[in-house]
Structures are given as C-alpha cells and as structure tokens.
Design a protein around this ligand. Structure first.
Ligand code: ZN
Length: 331
C-alpha cells in the first residue's frame, strides 16, 4: 500500500478503541483521532478470576461501547490495548503480567482480532500513558520526553524523536527500578534501593510499616489502628504536612529520591519534557515544585536548558487515549 492510500484510510477512519487494562480496573474508550472520548466504560478487572474471564470482559465491554455509539465497527481503525506487564508488540503476545494471575504467553492481539476483525495493537501501560500525553495531552508537539507513572508502583515511558523507545527486548523504561541507593529498602523486584521502593505509594507505605515496627510506636498510632493499605496516600501526605516526624521523614525522602532519579534521567537522556502522571500528582504544585527544585539543583546545567517538568493533563484517560492513538502512529 502506498503512503497516499494509507493516509486516506487513516483520514477516513477517525475513531479507535483504547483499552487500559489494569490490575484492579479496566478502562475502555471510543476515541476520535482528535483525542475526544465518545464513549467510556470502567469495570473491575477481577484479575483473580483468571485470564479467560478478564479477556471475556474486555470483549464484552468493547461490544457494549460499539453498540452504544453511532460509530459502526467499519469506521474504527482498530483497538489498542495497554497492558501492565512484559509483552512483545510485534507479535501481540503478553509474556507476563505480575498483577494479572495466569497471564503467561497470552496471544492477546489474535484473540481480540478474531472477535472484532479489526487491527489490534499492544503496548506496555506506561508507554500507552506516555503516548496519550504526547498525542493529546501536555506533551503535544514534544519530540523527546520521559513520562513517569507514579502510582502503586512506578512505571516509565520513553519517547524519542516522537517514537516510543522499546529497547532491545521491549523492556525499556523501567524507571521504577533504577537504583538510587545500593543499600536502600527491598523492592518488589527483589533488588534493593530502587526508586519504586522509596517513591511509589507501595514503597512509602512499606517504609512506614517497617518504621512503625522498628520504633515500636504505641498502639494509639493511626498506623496500628488501620490496615495501612486502607490509608490513602493523601492522608499520608497530610500527616507529613502536619509535622508527624516519622511520616514527614519518609515522605521527604520519597520526594528527594524522586528528584534525584529524574535528575539522573535528565543527565542521561536530555529530554525536552518530563511528564509526571498517576496518584502522587494529586499532591499538586507543592510536590511538583519540590521535585523541580531538586532536579534543577542536581542535574547538569547543559541538560536543564528549556527543560519542562510538568504534570500530565489527561489524568485517568492518558492510558485509554494513548492506547487508541497507537493506531495512528506514523511509521
Ligand atoms: Zn526494583
């Protein structure tokens, strides 16, 4: 197919379906080529019920989206799926997804293609979020960017020369597992001192939990009274602001290491923009300014010229719009 007729097809089909498959919920949207969300469904993943049920749920939700909208499947470029795990987008197989039990070597593209008879593409979820911000969010027009997803864990998406950088084995962008302290706390990956062990929600909570035990803090303490998983990150940051010394210490270190990690990435990659997305960004400008101060204090001056460090614009929709926009990537 020559580039002119390929372009015509892209122009004719102005819609795609984006799927953001998460460990706890699945988001599915019908997205226009301008990034407008026409239909959206959010449903619990219920990952523990196994992959067959999860895949059935994805198919069912896509059927629902199509039947609710006036856009027929014939006007849809295809389906893009962001998956939280290791995958090979060339062959459409999910190798492994740590938060989705039973997902090993799943030919997800073929399974969805057989159902809908349209092209299906896969991408790592953090790459999809980065691509969403690049296509329709804060990073439109930016060629070189790093996106950090700051949630339960920390993920990363790298975009260079307006293309997602995958690395040799499609495993690039594991920003959560860059090591910021060789003697640091144990990380979910089995290593010590990873950025995720300091600056993710799970890292912050694990450190508080360990500190409470070490200090034998009395049973009036909030962290004894409640399951730590039920305490929100917002509450933890509020306690830090109120001056709870133990919490403030851990939160300050979380921000410090986040800044240090980003400064190293800025020195290595010299991006135009660093985009932060995910739950931690709910802490607002105070957090952003603290991170910026650390990066601008620590990174090389040459790498800071014109650097922007910003929060994403698309919030919960970065993943679905980015997954849909995968269908409109230029080669
Ligand atoms: Zn790690």
């Amino acid at each position: 197919m020559d580039s002119v007729s390929s372009q015509n097809i892209k122009e004719e089909k102005k819609f795609a379906i984006g799927v953001d498959l998460g460990g706890t919920k699945i988001g599915i949207s019908l997205v226009s080529s301008h990034g407008e969300i026409r239909e959206h469904i959010k449903t619990p993943t219920n990952a523990q019920q196994g992959k067959d049920i999860v895949i059935r749920k994805i198919k069912h939700s896509i059927h629902q989206i199509i039947s609710h909208s006036e856009i027929g499947i014939e006007n849809i470029s295809g389906i893009g799926i962001g998956v939280p795990g290791q995958l090979d987008p060339r062959i459409g197989i999910v190798h492994f997804a740590p938060n989705l039990p039973g997902w090993k070597e799943v030919p997800l593209c073929r399974m969805i293609e057989e159902e809908f008879q349209v092209p299906v593409v896969l991408e790592n979820d953090a790459n999809a979020a980065a691509w969403g911000e690049k296509s329709f969010g804060i990073a439109q027009g930016v060629k070189d960017m790093i996106c950090l997803t700051l949630g339960t864990g920390i993920g990363g998406g790298l975009i260079f020369d307006s293309k997602i950088y995958h690395g040799n084995n499609f495993a690039a962008g594991e920003i959560g597992h860059i090591m910021v302290n060789k003697n640091g706390p144990l990380c979910n990956c089995g290593n010590f001192g990873c950025l995720e062990a300091y600056s993710s929600a799970s890292g912050i909570k694990n450190r508080i939990s360990r500190r409470v035990k070490e200090l034998k803090i009395d049973d009036q303490n909030i962290f004894y009274q409640k399951d730590l998983n039920k305490i929100s990150l917002a509450k933890i940051f509020e306690l830090a602001r109120q001056g709870n010394p133990m919490v403030k210490d851990i939160v300050d270190e979380a921000i410090e290491y986040l800044g240090v990690g980003i400064a190293s990435l800025v020195n290595l990659l010299n991006p135009e923009m660093v985009v932060l997305v995910g739950g931690l960004t709910n802490e607002g400008d105070t957090l952003l300014n603290q991170v910026k101060d650390i990066v601008f204090h620590r990174a090389l001056k040459s790498n800071l010229v014109n650097l922007k460090i910003v929060f994403g614009k698309l919030k919960d929709y970065a993943g679905v719009t980015g997954a849909a926009a995968l269908l409109w990537q230029s080669d």
